[in-house]
Ligand binder design. Structure first.
Ligand code: URP
Ligand code: ZN
Ligand code: ZN
Length: 557
């Protein structure tokens, strides 16, 4: 069996990261299990010019075609990143090359970042982000942030949707004095989103109350990072979540709540059946590190809404596993220790965002890993439950849920399925080749590690096939959590993403980046995704329910 070498022509390096360009127009992935959300099958995947042309049990090709041996899985979309973001008086350290390079290493092939308006103009903001993203080596899309309201914003929203490929707008209900919008703006924005078929997204925390809570902390003399968590408890996230849900329901438009961090907010989403996105940090961490006496250690964990006390993470995992929450983002927004140190005397000045600090290439942790992790934690409850109830094997459930959450769901919500999010004929060839057997012998060395590692051990011992473990451990645990000793875990890999393929190009192989800055592509996202299905009907129902008493009144007269 042939495993071809890739990488021809001149490579280069940027920010300490090297790459080797690889261009291939014809590619066959053979001998693997093709894993989609809807099913798994043994098969060959044939790609031409970046598009999947055939998925069949056997395909014969000529010498001009590159052949890889593999198990292929479709790769997904990180729906929530802040690369090169200007925020709280500074700029996030990962840019559109370094962040993306690391994401490709972890097997993510597309992300959606948040464009901020410039001087109130959405168009200027879009252009600024086009510039930032010109060094991209990965496919990307944009959400747009709405920070104020006037006629020109309303008009520009239409341009963004109809001409610029944006189908989602984020409203911050917090960060008073900078990003925060009030209910009036939120309502107008939701109404406009609805008319354009765009998704309204909210960062849900009560900004006025958070402001008050922060003041209270400072008055009490609490200036250290734990003041961050104490000043904005779950009830403030829940209140804003509930309010946004009610307003969206009143406008009868879909709502997407970003970075759901607590049980209270999750329950509001569950009741209303709106779309909820937990982020990796909320799923796997707890707030204990915020109480670390070392400022830099604690400040690393400052993000908003805050990482909650233990228990919330498990509940969010369960909600994700059972479909109450829908997809996972990273919320990737990294700051260096010196940037975090802006808040050494006042937690309010610590730039908010989960942080990494090791090699640049590993700063970006891969959200695709964490649905698995969440299932691992909740494996017993969820899978035993499903196995008993539905007589499905855990393996089937595991793969289908993972694929569903991390890949297909994102693509569907942002209306780019099946171009992205599936290994189907006509889809972009965004595929990872995963070797689950690699380093399998190291299973037994998982003893006496931190909780997340122990969870993996349980997971393995309970004989489930391990997916993505190496990335979880080498990229996420080490770089985000940082409390885990690096060298002892890097080698504890079990299974490995050997190749990441984006639009038919090998972009990561042999632990090397194979694509150059500028090779990433902007992916426009069309409006009126499936979340809008049925909106017209419910509108019509609502209107007819308004008419009934009016008619009665008229006839009475
Ligand atoms: O703490 C966070 N989440 N930082 C990024 C900005 C945001 O609120 O999404
Ligand atoms: Zn946010
Ligand atoms: Zn964010």
């Amino acid at each position: 069996q042939l495993m071809c070498e890739v990488g021809t022509g001149n490579g280069g390096s940027i920010g300490g990261i090297s790459w080797l360009p690889a261009s291939l127009s014809k590619l066959l992935i053979k001998g693997g299990t093709v894993v989609n959300a809807h099913r798994q099958e043994r098969g060959y995947v044939y790609v031409e010019d970046g598009i999947i042309v055939a998925v069949k049990p056997n395909i014969k090709v000529g010498d001009e075609v590159m052949v890889l041996d593999a198990t292929g899985m479709p790769r997904g979309i990180d729906p929530h990143t802040h690369l090169d973001a200007e925020f709280m008086g500074t700029v996030a350290v990962d840019d559109f090359f370094s962040g993306q390079a690391a994401a490709l290493a972890g097997g993510t092939t597309m992300h959606i970042d948040f464009v901020h308006p410039v001087n109130g103009s959405l168009m200027s903001g879009f252009e600024a982000y086009e510039k930032k993203a010109s060094k991209s080596c990965m496919d990307y899309g944009f959400h747009m942030v709405i920070r104020h309201w006037d006629e020109s914003v309303s008009k520009e929203m239409e341009i963004m949707v109809k001409e610029n490929g944006i189908n989602s707008f984020k409203f911050f209900m917090v960060y008073k004095g900078t990003f925060m919008v009030d209910d009036k703006v939120l309502l107008r924005g939701m109404k406009r989103c609805k008319s354009l078929g765009a998704l309204a997204m909210v960062h849900a925390e009560n900004g006025d109350a958070v402001f008050e809570g922060q003041k209270r902390m400072i008055e009490l003399g609490i200036t250290v990072p734990e003041g961050h968590a104490l000043s904005r408890p779950p009830m403030l996230e829940a209140e804003a979540t509930m309010r946004a849900i009610r307003l969206a329901s009143f406008m009868n438009t879909p709502l997407y709540v970003v970075h759901v961090m607590c049980i209270d907010a999750m329950e509001e989403i569950a009741k209303a059946r709106k779309t909820g996105e937990p982020v990796v940090s909320g799923l796997v961490l707890d707030d204990s590190k915020l109480w670390d006496p070392d400022f830099i250690t604690a400040a690393k964990y400052v993000m908003s809404p805050p990482i909650r006390e233990s228990g919330h993470n498990k509940a969010l995992q369960a909600a994700l596993s059972t479909g109450v929450l829908h997809l996972v983002g990273t919320g990737h927004c990294t700051f260096s220790s010196s940037q975090k140190a802006f808040g050494i005397d006042d937690f309010r000045k610590i730039p908010n965002g989960v942080n990494g600090k090791m090699q640049k290439r590993f700063l970006y942790f891969n959200f695709l890993l964490d649905p698995q992790h969440s299932y691992i934690h909740t494996r017993k409850q969820v899978c035993t439950h499903i196995e008993l109830k539905q007589h499905m094997s855990f393996q089937t459930i595991f793969v289908s849920i993972c694929c569903h959450v991390s890949v297909t769901c994102s693509a569907r919500i942002f209306n780019i399925y099946p171009r992205k999010g599936a290994i189907l004929v006509g889809s972009d060839a965004d595929i990872i080749i995963f070797n689950e057997l690699r380093n399998k012998s190291k299973i037994s060395s998982f003893e006496n590690q931190y909780e997340c590692i122990r969870s993996f051990e349980q997971f393995l011992i309970q004989s489930v096939q391990p997916f993505y473990l190496d990335q979880y451990i080498s990229r996420f645990s080490i770089d985000l959590i940082n409390s885990i000793d690096q060298s002892s875990h890097v080698s504890r890999t079990l299974g490995k993403v050997e190749v990441t393929i984006s639009r038919g190009r090998i972009v990561w192989k042999d632990d090397e980046l194979k694509v150059a800055p500028g090779s990433g592509k902007y992916i426009p996202m069309p409006p009126f995704g499936f979340l809008f299905d049925g909106i017209e009907k419910t509108d019509a129902k609502l209107i007819s329910s308004f008419k009934a008493p009016v008619h009665r009144f008229k006839s009475d007269v």
